[in-house]
Design a protein around this ligand. Sequence first.
Ligand code: ZN
Length: 95
Amino acid sequence: MKVCQSCGFERKSSDKKCPSCGDLYLTLAELIAEEEVNDEKRSFRGRCKRIIYAENSKDAFLLEIELIKTELTKKRVFTIFLIVSFVFALVISVL
Ligand SMILES: [Zn+2]
């Protein structure tokens, strides 16, 4: 069990703030670890894992699609459009 560095209050690892003194728990190492977790969540592998381990795969899949949609910016849409059109042009030239 971790404790608060300021007041010694026992903390849960999920807490970001001390319930006793209100001190922020996050150290640099914890920030990096949290960032890694977030990266994992956003990564394709993370998404696949969540879909596979979900009780209802179909619902989980639809939820992920919704999440991807909200994360999509115009720049990303443009990049995807470029890739798709490039692949399309390649396929056309081969045929
Ligand atoms: Zn504290």
